[in-house]
Ligand binder design. Structure first.
Ligand code: GDG
Length: 471
């Protein structure tokens, strides 16, 4: 059986280096999660290779290189990147789904480009897929694609996964194109979310906007049913749990301990994004320093921010404010022997990232909204048998599976400050007990299980739809 994954980005991105191209792994939760899938099906992938070119020769070279991995590129023009990706996807849908209502931009040309690019993805897919293939569309950039594909292939198996929150109807209803978006999604047989709450919000929106009756997670259309469900995404657990056994990770850990081992370490890892609560977190850490001079020169925050969407104004503004705050805090509290915040505006190789997870006494994960948050799960797994505390926002999808974390409301900087203190004082035995319970949960709900469950769910609905179609 062949499975076509269709996402905005391919797992490999092309970058121009002089006259050549360099290919590297794409960042972000979707790419890291799906790329590590081990499946019994033949896997193909359609997506944007992350680079803009109008040169047909260059496109051909990129295409030839990627096709060796069964990756099929969709090339976008600079206008499409601006209006579809930075525009409708990241300046309209993203803030809406993360409850940043005042950040939402409405622009007719964004919407037109969104439709046009979804159609472009559809054309590439139609040239590749066969009626007996399975298609798995990923995320909010491609919400119109399921219905577009359905017009070409009435009986093909189509699934959709929404990696970010689906907002409550009261918020979703402000979207001018809400009916088109829902109709687009309803082209799929299975529509899945990280949590039941997101799924419930979606089904209420379908009832209110499309006047369709959702019962027991299903809606009946003319000749088929559409099923909606929660499939919490996991991580490649063994990869993180066993990572410290790798000599290169052990070496990285040794280096880190030499440089930072004198201090208690609080680690934060995010893409640059206002939804991740970076400014609130910095205020919480500043309050902690202000109220607890006894921890000066004893605790440092290591902050990794992976560059993301910095062409979008809100992201560029966030970067400026964040760096200003870091500068102010370090300027106020640093001593000749101690830097309160070690800030990195770039990604780290996997080996160094997992060494940091393993070493850090505390992971501070405080998104204001987050579909799931894989960093929280990776930290718990990478600790192996070493103590550590996860401070986790109750606004992250991951909080539902990890109630043993120190759960906080990320809007309340006093709670962040108190949680840091509590974590620093927590006995080691209690840390280990909580970690073990969380490890049990995430070792069962791995990324492979997530994908296998999704594919099984999709096959099940398709079988039922085939029967309905024959009637
Ligand atoms: C979206 C949703 C949902 C980060 N820094 C480095 C690095 N990373 C990797 C992490 C992790 C991934 O990036 C980030 O995943 P998250 O889930 O935390 O966040 P988003 O990118 O916003 O992902 C999110 C996810 O999709 C999946 O559905 O959980 O809610 O927003 O895997 O390890 N990797 C390396 N170096 C870094 O410096 N190698």
């Amino acid at each position: 059986m062949r499975l076509f994954i269709i996402s905005n980005r391919l797992p490999l991105k092309a970058q121009r280096v002089g006259k050549e191209f360099r290919f590297s792994r794409s960042e972000g939760g979707l790419a890291t999660g799906l790329d590590s899938l081990e499946m019994s099906v033949e896997k193909y992938w359609i997506g944007w290779p992350g680079l803009y070119t109008e040169n047909e020769g260059e496109k051909e070279n990129i295409r030839l290189y990627l096709e060796k991995f069964h990756f099929f590129p969709v090339f976008l023009s600079s206008r499409q990147i601006h209006d579809y990706y930075e525009g409708y996807s990241n300046s309209t849908v993203w803030p809406l789904c993360h409850y940043f209502f005042s950040y939402v931009q409405y622009d007719r040309s964004f919407w037109q480009a969104y439709r046009e690019v979804n159609q472009l993805f559809c054309e590439v897919a139609v040239s590749l897929i066969r009626a007996d293939d399975m298609v798995w569309v990923q995320d909010y950039q491609l919400m119109l694609l399921p219905a577009m594909l359905r017009t070409y292939f009435p009986a093909v198996s189509i699934g959709y996964f929404h990696h970010i929150p689906f907002p409550s109807y009261e918020l979703f209803r402000v979207l001018p194109e809400k009916a088109d978006v829902l109709k687009g999604l309803l082209g799929a047989d299975l529509i899945a979310f990280h949590t039941h709450d997101y799924m419930r919000h979606f089904s209420i929106a379908v009832q209110r906007v499309c006047h369709l009756n959702f019962r027991f997670g299903e809606v009946r259309l003319l000749n088929r049913i559409v099923h909606a469900d929660a499939f919490p995404m996991g991580i490649n657990y063994r990869l993180y749990y066993d990572s410290i056994l790798r000599p290169e990770v052990e070496r990285a850990l040794y280096q880190l301990s030499q440089n930072l081992g004198r201090y208690k370490l609080i680690l934060t890892v995010d893409r640059l994004d206002y939804s991740k609560g970076i400014l609130h977190r910095l205020k919480g850490f500043e309050l902690f320093l202000e109220k607890h001079p006894e921890y000066w020169e004893k605790v440092s925050l290591v902050m990794i921010i992976v560059p993301s969407r910095d062409q979008v104004k809100k992201y560029a503004d966030l970067k400026m404010k964040m760096e200003e705050m870091i500068g102010t805090i370090n300027g106020e509290y640093a001593t000749l022997n101690w830097t309160p915040i070690h800030y990195f505006y770039h990604g780290f190789p996997f080996e160094e990232l997992v060494a940091l997870y393993h070493l850090a006494d505390i992971a501070l994960v405080t998104p204001l909204r987050d579909g799931m948050n894989l960093v929280a799960k990776e930290y718990v797994a990478a600790k192996r048998e070493r103590p550590g505390i996860l401070i986790l926002s109750e606004m992250a999808g991951a909080a539902i599976e990890l109630p043993e974390a120190l759960l906080i409301n990320p809007n309340d900087i006093n709670e962040i400050e108190r949680a840091i203190c509590k974590a620093l004082q927590m006995p080691k035995q209690e840390q280990l007990k909580k970690l073990r319970r969380m490890q049990q949960v995430i070792s069962r709900q791995t990324v492979n299980k997530w994908a296998a469950d999704f594919v099984a769910g999709l096959q099940n609905i398709r079988r039922r739809n085939d029967v309905l179609g024959r009637k």
